[in-house]
Write a protein that binds this ligand. Structure first.
Ligand code: MTE
Length: 322
């Protein structure tokens, strides 16, 4: 498994899915590591004090994580109700079709405004990261949500090691392009390969996660194995799967959904109940796995992570920069 021995999570800590709800070991390991690194990693990254998380922000995050634990979406839903257009546009396509994806060996090309460009084996990248668990709500622009226990490492930690130059204002991610392995790329449902991006300060926020697994297991192919992004305060389409390229740039990347329909999908794509999409009001969300008769959930600004991320958008009109 991709979960390293050196990590605060040893293989013994990784809870078998059927015992998941009974275990506290994994969660406490993640809390310890989160608390330790939230300050040291960011200081080492040379972030300005205003972007550091103060102790109360860490406490906020831990409280929200703890509350979310009772809302975990069952594994069966997380791994069968998917958006991964490279394997088809129906929610049930990826789980039956993604077996054609070869996830080993896997390399990631690092390009652009960075001191350490190159093609890196994923195994080598992971040797230098500490994996931890993060329980996040995933809110799709299609007005549904799930709560997923991801395994991964902070994107900020990787960025710090790669040393972007002072010109790097954005970070762009690209999914594998190989229609043999990803038959959905033979259709014109999107312009391939799938591309997403973040502003550098968004990428450096401690919530931005590079995920390699979920529910204590390696990432299932349909969920974006072997390496995907998770940005919990943004609509799910920002959380790009099966990443093979990371490029640092001075200019805003052209992202897939924004190119497909710029009036519907903005670059920022922050979850916001006040900014409707032409087809989804965004005020409420259907909770995947809940009973058909359950009421919808009220969508929260920044998907409930406002305390941690609102500073990133100070002074910005969120209706204009949607
Ligand atoms: N990444 C790629 N490469 N291709 C995709 O079609 N779909 C996005 C995102 N990442 C997508 C992608 C969308 S719309 C969502 S909601 C999430 O993945 C879904 O992640 P999940 O299937 O793990 O729930």
């Amino acid at each position: 498994m991709l979960i390293k021995k050196k990590s605060p999570l040893s293989d013994n800590d990784v809870t078998p899915r059927q015992h998941y709800d009974n275990s506290r070991a994994l969660i406490s390991a993640s809390r310890r590591s989160f608390l330790t690194r939230s300050s040291t990693a960011m200081l080492a990254a040379g972030l300005a004090p205003s972007t550091l998380w103060a102790g109360d922000k860490i406490a906020d995050y831990l409280a929200s994580e703890s509350a979310l634990k009772s809302e975990l979406t069952p594994y069966e839903y997380v791994t069968t109700y998917n958006n991964f257009y490279e394997f088809g546009t129906a929610k049930g396509d990826p789980v039956v079709r993604a077996h054609t994806l070869k996830t080993k060996p896997w390399s990631v090309s690092i390009e652009g405004e960075v001191e350490k460009p190159g093609v890196y084996d994923l195994e080598d990248i992971l040797k230098r990261q500490q994996l931890e668990e993060r329980i996040y709500r995933l809110r799709c622009v299609e007005a549904w949500s799930m709560v997923v226990p991801w395994i991964g490492f902070p994107l900020a930690s990787l960025i710090k090691q790669l040393k972007p130059t002072s010109k790097a204002k954005y970070i762009e991610f690209t999914t594998l392009y190989d229609p043999e392995q990803m038959p959905g790329q033979r259709s014109g449902s999107l312009k391939w390969p799938y591309v997403e991006g973040l502003r550098m300060d968004e990428a450096m926020n401690p919530l931005s996660l590079m995920a390699t697994g979920l529910y204590g297991e390696m990432m299932p192919k349909q969920n974006g194995a072997p390496l995907r992004l998770v940005v919990p305060w943004k609509y799910g389409f920002k959380s790009i799967k099966s990443i093979v390229k990371i490029r640092f740039s001075e200019t805003m990347p052209a992202t897939s959904w924004n190119q497909a329909a710029s009036g519907e999908y903005g670059f920022y794509a922050n979850v916001n109940p006040q900014v409707p999409h032409p087809r989804w009001s965004q005020r409420r969300e259907r909770v995947i796995g809940a009973s058909l008769f359950s009421p919808k959930r009220n969508t929260e600004l920044f998907n409930g992570y406002a305390d941690e991320v609102a500073y990133l958008y100070k002074g910005m009109n969120l209706k204009t920069f949607f």
